[in-house]
Design a protein around this ligand. Structure first.
Ligand SMILES: [Zn+2]
Length: 367
């Protein structure tokens, strides 16, 4: 029953101060004329003006829905900024310093659209710190499970580079913190964002203690990585598990991938903490894939069952992408319902229940 289980949501308004603007100039002093030409081409003569899709309205849509339709069992805490040491576990020092140097400034960071505004660095510190807070809450037993409403997102940022709207890799910072400070040895990171979590993969590429499982739309879709042959190296060989999928996949496909690929991997790995890079851009309203809310609920049910079985229920989710405000907010709410003890929804081939009711509607016409 919804409300049976305790769920902590980490939400912090400081993350609303990240307001990237697509019309800002490229990073001052590091202007590359070729980059500027590419960016110029994006906007010049465009019929529809491109606006930055990763904006504060995303978090507002989620919290507005949760205020209007509260989920029993869910409580809230604010986050806190991650420290330089905490960020430094997964990012090189010079990268962290470069980001710190942008405090209070407006700039583009990378050709693939990561921009900062004056509040962005502080927001990114709080995003990473909120992921840490979620992990601490479940590791210390203060919460049954936790969901950090992070932005900017994190899974495209690798140890040296901001990419794809991401500055610090929130989920990686949280995993490294759990290992360094919270007595956690083996961490499973699941990434169900529609884009491959290239940054997370890169950071733990050779780690023997992090299993990374990622379902995503196959390359050449952004960021172009995540082929099945990418399995990690050295001590981490075999611990990166990529499941690249064609466009248009729906609930049954994803659930099958989780049951047939993730579950046996987890039975073998036996994690003591599960983290989820929870993006909501696989929802059909986000146009790449065909997941419904039931699909997100079903995946949550599988992950929660694994957490209950292997790690005393210790499960923390970290928000990644999701750009259609309605499906983002409703998707998060669906996941929270299952985390709070709701039964995972039944799934079906997309459209089947529509056909059943349409058949009822048309039945009498041809009698
Ligand atoms: Zn995404």
């Amino acid at each position: 029953m919804i409300g049976e289980r305790d769920v902590l949501v980490i939400h912090d308004e400081r993350m609303l101060a990240h307001r990237p603007n697509a019309e800002e100039p490229f990073q001052p002093g590091k202007l590359d004329s070729r980059v500027q030409a590419i960016l110029g081409g994006l906007f010049e003569g465009a019929v529809i003006k491109w606006s930055y899709p990763e904006h504060p309205g995303r978090l507002q849509a989620i919290t507005d829905l949760l205020m209007r339709e509260p989920v029993p069992g869910v409580r809230y805490e604010t986050g806190r900024p991650a420290t330089e040491d905490q960020l430094g576990r997964v990012h090189i020092t010079s990268y962290v310093e470069n980001i710190y140097a942008l405090r209070g400034k407006q700039a583009w960071l990378d050709v693939d659209t990561t921009a900062v505004s004056p509040g962005s660095v502080a927001a990114a510190e709080v995003a990473a710190g909120s992921a840490i807070a979620a992990v601490e809450a479940v590791m210390e037993g203060r919460a049954g499970s936790a969901f950090a409403l992070c932005r900017p997102p994190g899974h495209h940022a690798d140890s040296v580079r901001a990419r794809g709207f991401c500055l610090f890799n929130n989920v990686a910072v949280a995993a490294a913190h759990a290992q360094a400070e919270l007595g956690c040895e083996r961490v499973l990171i699941i990434d169900w964002d529609v884009h491959h979590g290239n940054g997370t993969q890169d950071i733990f590429w050779a780690s023997p203690n992090v299993l990374f499982f990622d379902t995503h739309r196959a390359a050449p879709f952004y960021p172009g990585s995540g082929n099945k042959e990418e399995i990690g190296v050295g001590l981490g060989e075999g611990l990166t598990v990529n499941v690249p999928l064609p466009a248009g996949c729906g609930d049954p496909t994803l659930v099958r991938a989780y049951r047939e690929i993730l579950v046996p991997a987890v039975e073998w790995f036996k994690p003591d903490l599960i983290l989820v890079s929870a993006g909501f851009d696989m929802h059909r309203l986000d146009l790449c894939m065909n997941l419904s809310y039931s699909g997100f609920g079903a995946l949550t049910g599988i992950v929660q069952e694994l957490a209950d079985k292997h790690c005393g229920g210790r499960l923390a989710m970290v928000l990644e992408g999701g750009y259609h405000l309605e499906s983002l907010a409703r998707g998060v709410r669906t996941v929270l319902e299952v985390l709070a003890g709701g039964d995972p929804p039944e799934i079906e081939e997309p459209g089947i229940s529509d056909v059943v009711s349409l058949a009822d509607f048309h039945r009498d016409a041809f009698r």
